[in-house]
Design a protein. Structure first.
Length: 202
């Protein structure tokens, strides 16, 4: 999902857990968000914001809004709950008070030969917070946290071809294009390619 460059946040400390909040409400007086670790207690807000993103920007995600809306809340709780067997999996939220304005995740690979890889996924910033640096703040925080994981060496992602704003955001933060998968997804009978990008962490 696209977002523009933005403000600073404290990089010295690990993100705190986000206070559960209602997502999708208009932010009348915008304040720079706090980037926090999302936990199982944030599952409802996370799921609502994710469904909203899929509905508003169906081309930006491989998942569909229908399949996401059908998932039980327990699925989101499990996804956000820390798991010692999956140390490279986490989601971050951009919070303004109790409002969840954006989110972004990392999903590791755990087969022995692939353990140094992870995939960035689920970037979405609510439209009322777009253009205020929320996506940049989320991405910076995710990369900082990823670099602190000693086994992790690179992060991959995909961007739907034509989403130049999102691609530019990732390129500004060290991601480089390494390939294109033609006809990767189809929406309403129209095929779209996915651009594959990678960022080396060390």
């Amino acid at each position: 999902m696209s977002a523009s460059l933005a403000g600073n946040h404290n990089q010295a400390r690990a993100p705190r857990a986000c206070v559960p909040g209602v997502c999708g409400a208009l932010v009348k007086s915008f304040k720079p968000p706090t980037i926090r670790l999302l936990l199982g207690s944030n599952a409802a807000a996370y799921q609502r914001l994710r469904v909203r993103g899929l509905a508003e920007h169906p081309l930006a995600f491989t998942s569909s809004v229908d399949e996401e809306a059908a998932r039980p809340l327990a699925w989101a709780v499990q996804r956000l709950s820390p798991n010692a067997q999956r140390p490279h999996d986490f989601f971050l939220g951009a919070c303004s008070g109790t409002e969840l304005l954006g989110q972004l995740g990392l999903e590791g690979r755990y087969r022995p030969k692939e353990r140094h890889n992870a995939t960035l996924l689920g970037m979405y910033v609510a439209s009322e917070a777009a253009g205020r640096g929320v996506g940049q703040a989320l991405l910076e925080a995710l990369l900082d946290r990823a670099r602190a994981l000693p086994e992790l060496e690179q992060i991959e992602l995909t961007v739907t071809e034509g989403n130049r704003r999102a691609q530019a955001l990732y390129e500004r933060n060290g991601f480089r294009v390494w390939g294109v998968r033609p006809q990767a997804v189809k929406l309403d009978g129209q095929a779209y390619a996915k651009i594959h990008m990678v960022c080396r962490l060390r």
